[in-house]
Design a protein around this ligand. Structure first.
Ligand code: BDR
Ligand code: CA
Length: 313
């Protein structure tokens, strides 16, 4: 199995991603690091531990990391994720405890201890990963690639221009994208397209196993949110961050382009926008001097194989 670390801000759809990553046999989930984002950091940590319980996961190390972005004040998303960040389902407290070290240290240790390089799956503002790269640049070679749910080629969600994870900490995203790592940018285009049907959600909710039952309850919450999102078909609900885990498992349903991605950092309407340079005309790039490293950008995804992958796990 592919060794992975998840960086999360759990978060309803982060919870779906954790359930999938903990259960899918193609992945070896080595650690989970937490950042403030959808909910405040302490709540993100508790939510993550509860979801690992529901997944029936082995004792995977979990650590708390950045409680706020590098420059900005934190802004949480209770309107989407519920007051507790996890759809207010009233899940029982977990007996698991987080590691006594910062997420950056857990990332360093896990990467350094591994015989093979590890895939970082980032489902949250990129603060922890930016801090890791700046604090321990020597671990760069231990990172196989970064699969990041973040950014958008087109319209944003936190603002018209910006996707939430990048908008929440644009400087961190700029650091990670500017590093020249192998990055798969799984932005809002696949985020809203990879989905399950309402009938699937009913079947999950009726399951006996706590993992699909929790997935069903979380997706039921998201159906209400997606009802107002034109990018999700009427009889479906997006699996959000869990789609990025699907993409890490199997890239064959993806339509991608290798393109430079630059994060807009100036204050104002475009702050946090990911500017994806899709121009193809040779010699047209008068901005080559900016030396923006390319990322593999997901333009589209076939939802059906990922729907099956998610439901089977
Ligand atoms: C991203 O922000 C959060 O609301 C979701 O968990 C996802 O990671 C979507 O913009
Ligand atoms: Ca998230």
């Amino acid at each position: 199995p592919q060794p992975v670390i998840l960086d999360v801000d759990t978060g309803v759809d982060d919870a779906l991603a954790l359930l999938l990553a903990a259960r899918h046999p193609a992945l070896d989930l080595r650690a989970v690091t937490c950042t403030g984002g959808n909910a405040p950091l302490a709540q993100v940590v508790q939510n993550t531990l509860k979801v690992l319980d529901a997944a029936g996961a082995a004792p995977i190390p979990v650590a708390a990391g950045a409680h706020r972005p590098l420059l900005e004040a934190p802004q949480h998303a209770a309107a989407i994720h519920g007051a507790d960040g996890l759809a207010d389902l009233g899940l029982a407290a977990s007996a698991r405890t987080p590691e006594a070290v910062h997420a950056v240290e857990l990332l360093r240790r896990t990467l350094t201890a591994s015989a093979e390089p590890i895939t970082l799956i980032s489902l949250a503002p990129l603060t922890n990963i930016a801090l890791l790269l700046r604090t321990h640049p020597e671990v760069r070679d231990r990172i196989a690639r970064v699969v990041m749910m973040g950014g958008a080629v087109g319209t944003g969600n936190a603002t018209a221009a910006a996707e939430f994870n990048v908008w929440h900490d644009p400087e961190a995203a700029a650091i990670v994208l500017g590093e020249g790592l192998d990055v798969l940018m799984y932005g809002l285009e696949p985020f809203y397209r990879v989905s399950v049907t309402h009938a699937d959600v009913e079947a999950l909710s009726a399951a006996h196993d706590p993992a699909p039952r929790l997935a069903g309850a979380l997706l039921t919450h998201l159906i209400g949110i997606d009802a107002t999102e034109e990018r999700v078909a009427d009889d479906r609900v997006a699996i959000g961050d869990a789609g990025a885990v699907c993409a890490a498992i199997d890239s064959s349903p993806l339509v991608t382009r290798v393109a430079p991605v630059e994060v807009a950092l100036a204050p104002g309407a475009t702050r946090g926008q990911t500017v994806v340079d899709l121009r193809t005309m040779e010699g047209a790039d008068i901005s080559a001097a900016r030396a923006v490293p390319p990322a593999t950008v997901v333009l589209d995804a076939d939802p059906e194989p990922y729907r099956r992958l998610f439901l089977e796990a």
